[in-house]
Design a protein around this ligand. Structure first.
Ligand code: HEC
Length: 690
């Protein structure tokens, strides 16, 4: 009885709180503009409307950040880590993980308020994309999330119950979504991923009415192969920049799979686009043309979806240099007068400052080693290509180093911008692709971090503090892991970043001195955020390797020692909780069948593992991140070896995200099995030696 009474009282209090909450709660342009400067909330992916990942809070500063302590830490049921930037409004954290699970968590205590599961979302093309989700958006009283099978779902912010759902693309045609939705002016903006699916893929960005889920407009990022469908002036301009039949056979690509910034002052939407498919320009557009609007920065009128301007970062790209990185809007003193600028650090290693009214290039310099272009010509706005990285001009059999690599000098991990220091903070990877060129039909590509470059020790990862006025680095922190987490800059002269090595660090924003560091137990991908609880500044970091890198190249993002749990950690100056005691669980190695396969078969298996795309999920060299949902094949049991063909060729585990290998013969399957077994046996021998 007493329990029931208490429950009733709590219910009332709960109802009162959520009523009070919803009265103040609606998130819209006016509220973001009014409250943004206080820094109490983290409204949008990039914090405020400028997309700067900058907190105006100053309570935690370069003088006291060393005293930060843990408020709480909660583990999340997200074995594939967290790539999402959390949003925090009215003391509640909203974030998403693999398979578009969404959680609402009390920011004061870490207690879960609700969770949402969109249900089954595995489709032919999205086996890896379903494991990556880069976050939610908030508008009015809604939480918006995308699902890899192209659904856009609106949830009630108070309860997590679904309010509406819209289908934004066709997953059966190879489309998928990994990015967060973006909001502005009552609309939700959604891009898509999937140009590597091998199906026809024509990138587009669409707008939906946030309140009702009604479709509003769609902007295609590349033209149609059917001339009569290219009705707008923008599509007619784009159509002239293609030759050959790639649009018809492949769709053209150019997806926006990450990063948009909405400018409420001009009602414009800014975003970048990916490269085109097929990747090799001469295959794609044999009679010339720049292939608009691939690898470009786009400005659209958000009311109508109409083209305003574009700036193409890499015309005629053959390196997969996507420009889909986060976009920061800033006012810069250029030529003595304040100029509304747009800043982006795409995959290609250059940092661009554009005039955001016109899209005109103001300046561009490289922030890591590059050898695909000598410089960007400021008169024409075009890169001046360097023959060194033109792998297609080398003799067959060549190994060509291409700087930066195809995953990019800067990936989806957000960079930050501090208007206080006038510096952008880029989480950069300074690593080449090694392209093996055997003609257009046989292009191999792997990523290796060299220990030395030009005879000097070389750091694969870098936190680069970049001055956009001089286009030079102010300071650089060298890192042992290539791909690290997103960045948060604060007005307290502090920059926060999590590392692939599992550390969470604070640096002095103006000179890069490391001020504070803790070990979190797992690699970090996501960007930290800051806000206040009861007036006190907090810093929140999602821990746990997220994103696609962990599947293909775990060693470049996280080693086995840092493949711990996914969790959220909240820090403040009054935090006094002990850090969680981390256990890296080493499962004992299972028994193995004997190996009777020939060395020739084993060698064949190694090559097939790449050719059949197994490494895209199970890792290069079959070394996978431990603890995720894609198994490390060196640790599978005798029983699994017995079921091998059923799983690999027959598709027995397709529903669990292990696709049947299309076109693989039983002989080829046996070769891969032989190679995997040889690796497992080698691992046993090493363990015995230890
Ligand atoms: C799209 C991602 C993806 C690709 C590509 C992929 N796998 Fe898998 N694989 C998975 C996932 C996820 C699982 C775990 C499924 C489960 O939970 O049962 C798995 C499981 C397996 C298993 C069973 C492991 C166990 O312990 O039960 C084998 C064997 C395997 N994969 C081999 C391969 C081979 C060989 C290839 C290439 C021909 C390949 N996989 C390609 C994602 C992938």
């Amino acid at each position: 009885m007493r329990e029931r009474l208490l429950a009733a009282v709590l219910l009332c209090v709960g109802a009162f709180q959520s009523m009070a909450g919803s009265a103040a709660a609606g998130v819209d342009a006016a509220r973001i503009a009014r409250e943004g400067p206080s820094g109490a909330n983290w409204f949008l992916h990039g914090g405020n409307a400028d997309g700067a990942h900058f907190s105006p809070l100053t309570a935690i500063d370069a003088g006291n950040v060393g005293e930060l302590g843990l408020d709480w830490s909660v583990d999340l049921p997200a074995p594939d880590g967290i790539a999402a930037t959390p949003l925090v409004v009215d003391g509640v954290i909203y974030l998403s993980g693999a398979h578009s699970m969404v959680w609402a968590i009390d920011a004061a205590s870490g207690r879960q308020l609700w969770s949402f599961d969109p249900g089954k979302n595995v489709t032919p093309a999205n086996n890896w994309t379903s494991r990556v989700n880069r976050g939610v958006a908030l508008w009015a009283d809604l939480v918006l999330v995308t699902v890899s099978d192209c659904r856009l779902i609106a949830l009630d912010r108070a309860t997590g119950k679904q309010r509406w759902s819209a289908q934004t693309c066709d997953p059966q045609s190879g489309y998928s979504i990994t990015d967060a939705p973006y909001v502005g002016g009552g609309k939700v903006f959604v891009g898509n991923a999937g140009s590597e699916s091998g199906m026809r893929n024509r990138g587009h960005v669409s707008a939906w009415d946030a309140a009702t889920g009604r479709f509003l407009w769609r902007f295609y990022t590349v033209p149609s192969h059917i001339a009569s469908e290219n009705t707008s002036a923008a599509m007619q301009m784009a159509a002239k920049s293609w030759s050959g039949n790639a649009l018809e056979t492949h769709g053209g690509g150019g997806s926006n799979w990450n990063g948009m910034t909405y400018d409420p002052d001009t009602d414009r939407l800014y975003f970048g686009t990916a490269g085109a498919v097929p990747y090799l320009y001469s295959q794609r557009s044999p009679a010339g043309g720049d292939n608009l609007f691939t690898s470009s920065v786009m400005a659209l009128d958000a009311a109508t979806g109409e083209y305003v301007w574009h700036y193409q970062t890499v015309p005629q790209d053959s390196w997969e240099y996507n420009a889909t990185m986060n976009i920061v809007l800033a006012e810069l003193p250029l030529g003595g007068k304040p100029t509304k600028a747009l800043m982006i650090a795409p995959k290609n290693g250059f940092f661009y400052v554009l005039d955001r009214a016109t899209g005109k290039l103001i300046s561009a310099e490289h922030y890591v080693k590059v050898n695909w272009a000598t410089h960007i010509d400021l008169q024409t706005g075009r890169p001046v290509l360097d023959p060194e990285a033109m792998y297609w001009n080398y003799p067959s059999g060549s190994r060509v180093e291409v700087w930066p690599n195809e995953w990019g000098a800067h990936g989806p991990h957000p960079m930050a911008w501090s208007p206080r220091t006038g510096l952008a903070y880029i989480p950069a990877a300074d690593v080449p692709s090694i392209v093996t060129w055997n003609g257009p039909e046989d292009i191999g590509d792997t990523i290796e971090a060299p220990e030395t470059v030009d005879g000097k020790p070389h750091a694969p990862g870098k936190l680069v503090a970049w001055d956009p006025l001089t286009q030079r680095p102010r300071w650089v922190v060298e890192q042992t892991v290539a791909y690290n987490g997103g960045v948060l800059a604060t007005a307290g002269n502090v920059v926060f970043q999590g590392g692939g090595d599992g550390t969470f660090s604070a640096y002095k924003a103006d000179d890069g001195t490391r001020l504070w560091q803790v070990a979190t137990g797992s690699a970090i991908s996501a960007a930290p955020v800051s806000y206040t609880i009861g007036g006190e500044q907090r810093v929140l970091v999602p821990v746990g390797s997220g994103g696609a890198m962990q599947f293909s190249y775990p060693s470049l993002h996280t080693g086995s020692a840092t493949s711990g749990r996914a969790r959220l950690m909240s820090f403040s100056l009054s935090g006094r909780q002990p850090m969680p005691a981390d256990v890296v669980v080493e499962t004992p190695l299972p028994a193995l069948p004997a190996q009777t396969d020939s060395p020739q078969l084993i060698a064949k298996g190694a090559a097939l593992f790449e050719a059949a795309h197994c490494s895209g999920c199970h890792g290069k060299g079959a070394v996978a991140r431990r603890g995720g949902t894609v198994p490390d094949l060196r640790h599978i049991s005798t029983e699994t070896y017995q079921q091998w063909d059923g799983i690999v060729v027959g598709g027995a585990r397709a529903a669990r995200g292990m696709p049947a290998a299309e076109g693989l013969t039983l002989e080829q399957s046996a070769a891969i099995r032989a190679w995997v077994l040889s690796l497992a046996l080698e691992l046993r021998r090493q363990h015995r030696k230890e």
